[in-house]
Design a protein around this ligand. Structure first.
Ligand code: HEM
Length: 487
């Protein structure tokens, strides 16, 4: 094919250049050091990488220890790598710390692209699809109504809703996974969250990534790393106890994902697969769904409220649309095409604050090319989704919150939106997430008006803090019921 010929020619040409690796790609000279990584992560790594794109272009390279990373910051270039050439870039970088959090690479999100990984992803994909067809809508509706009750009980007090959103998103996943729903103050739930949150934030910390880049540091004491190891053990105990509880039930709920995964595992063993999946894969898939499906959705809901406080007229427009189209009733997911203003709000928050702003790093599993540049095998690719969503070539006034751009631009604007990545590594929970964002937002905006606490000065800071997930800084809000009576 044309791309193979192109890649061979480029490879031939670049082998004569000194230092070979990604030579034709522009980028800052020198290394990305721990010092400036710390400074950057505190300020906001996706913003920094996006600023570098303004200087070096939408494809540039960074050197980090012995690793060359290529950062892609436009939707077109990201799609070329992730979708068009998916089979070249479906790998994940194998790393010392990644191996520890992923049970030796046996989860989906960090596992490298192998036959076994494909069998694992397809097993979980099938289980998720079956379970979503049967119960997802009901599960989300139930959590949206529970959230509504929690917000009403605040009785106009200014509160931080972040934890309530986390409980709602997490209950969707735990109900789907093992038929288990927690109360807001349940100690079991607190433990699960604190553990998963710790793992995500510790793993995103420069003290940990430095161990991948500079192996010598592994010989020194590192309290942050010691904490990470402890949390991974705690996580595994929690998940193990959930799965064994499920297995020991006399009347098992056959609709949940764990049931589908265990049945799928049996079928898998009964066919002549060389690459066998085991209980460890069921365990790690549960971790994937819990980590992938809780903080992302919760962070997105919190961003939505934060942006709406800055532009209350958008909130009014969505509310009026809900009242006109649905009159008295609550929305169904099938109503989404009749609610374009709500759809535009969802798209604009996904654009401005893609909650996984740098996706998950990919790895070239063979020599290839991107945007005409030769990319050698093993190069790490960073899809800078945040950068792509702020590309001035595509978006007018890219840093402003303007949901109306999705109403005016027809389908054009939506095509450049890639908050869930694409290709072989497309977010596994994309359809779960889309239904959640729609139903939670529609329920919340139908029943509540979100107001800032008292003065203009307390409007939320919209810059955000980024580790693996891009979150809004903590803020308080008043959720005022639209009607005085409970339904
Ligand atoms: C991966 C975005 C919700 C499970 C990803 C990736 C992105 C993403 C950008 C990386 C894609 C890549 O590597 O190129 C989001 C956003 C969400 C969301 C914006 C919500 C607003 C969810 C939910 C679940 C989930 C609800 C689970 C039910 C996963 C998993 C992966 C993943 C398992 C790893 C896929 C793989 O490596 O093959 N997500 N996600 N995500 N997501 Fe999501």
């Amino acid at each position: 094919s044309r791309s193979k010929v192109e890649s061979r020619l480029l490879q031939y040409f670049y082998q004569f250049l000194p230092g070979s690796s990604c030579q034709s790609i522009p980028g800052p000279t020198g290394f990305f050091l721990i010092g400036n990584m710390m400074e950057l992560t505190q300020s906001h790594l996706p913003i920094h990488l996006t600023n570098l794109a303004q200087r070096y272009g939408n494809i540039y390279r960074l050197k980090c220890g012995n690793t060359t990373m290529v950062v892609l910051s436009s939707s077109e270039i990201i799609k070329e790598a992730l979708v068009k050439k998916w089979s070249d870039f479906a790998g994940r970088p194998v790393s010392y710390t990644g191996d520890i959090v992923s049970g030796g690479g046996s989860n989906i999100s960090l596992g490298d692209y192998t036959e076994r990984w494909r069998a694992h992803r397809s097993l979980v994909h099938g289980a998720l699809r079956r379970c979503c067809q049967q119960s997802l809508h009901d599960v989300i509706e139930r959590q949206a109504l529970k959230l509504r009750k929690v917000l009403r009980d605040y009785q106009d007090k200014a509160v931080d809703l972040a934890d309530d959103f986390t409980v709602a998103a997490s209950n969707v996943i735990t109900t789907l996974a093992f038929g288990k729903e927690y109360d807001n103050n349940s100690p079991e739930l607190q433990e699960l969250h604190s553990c998963l949150n710790e793992i995500v934030s510790l793993w995103g910390s420069p003290w940990i990534s430095a161990l991948d880049t500079f192996p010598l540091l592994r010989k020194l004491p590192n309290p942050v790393f010691a904490r990470l190891l402890k949390e991974v053990v705690r996580r595994d105990e929690i998940i193990r106890s959930h799965i064994s509880n499920y297995k020991s039930q006399d009347h098992k709920n056959e609709e949940v994902i764990t049931a589908s995964l265990l049945q799928g595992l049996d079928k898998h063993h009964n066919t002549e697969h060389e690459e066998v999946l085991t209980d460890v894969h069921v365990h790690m898939a549960t971790v994937d769904l819990l980590i992938g499906g809780t903080e992302t959705t919760a962070a997105w809901l919190n961003w939505t409220v934060a942006f709406l406080l800055h532009r209350p007229e958008v909130q009014t427009r969505v509310y009026e649309e809900l009242c006109t189209v649905l009159e008295e009733r609550y929305p169904k997911y099938s109503d989404r095409h009749r609610l374009p203003v709500l759809g535009a709000l969802i798209s604009e928050v996904l654009r401005l604050r893609p909650v996984a702003p740098l996706a998950v790093p990919h790895r070239a599993i063979r020599d290839s090319s991107i945007a005409g540049h030769f990319i050698p095998k093993n190069t790490v690719i960073i899809p800078n989704l945040f950068g792509a969503h702020h590309d001035p070539e595509v978006w007018d006034d890219p840093y402003s919150f303007k949901p109306e751009r999705f109403l005016e631009g027809g389908g054009g604007a939506s095509r450049a939106l890639i908050p869930f990545g694409g290709g072989a590594r497309l977010c596994l929970g994309e359809s779960v997430a889309k239904m959640e964002l729609f139903l939670f937002t529609a329920y919340l905006l139908r029943d509540f008006q979100f107001l800032p606490p008292a003065s203009e000065a307390s409007l939320p800071d919209l810059r955000g803090v980024a580790s693996v997930v891009l979150k809004v800084k903590p803020f308080k809000v008043i959720a005022r019921p639209r009607s005085a009576t409970d339904i």
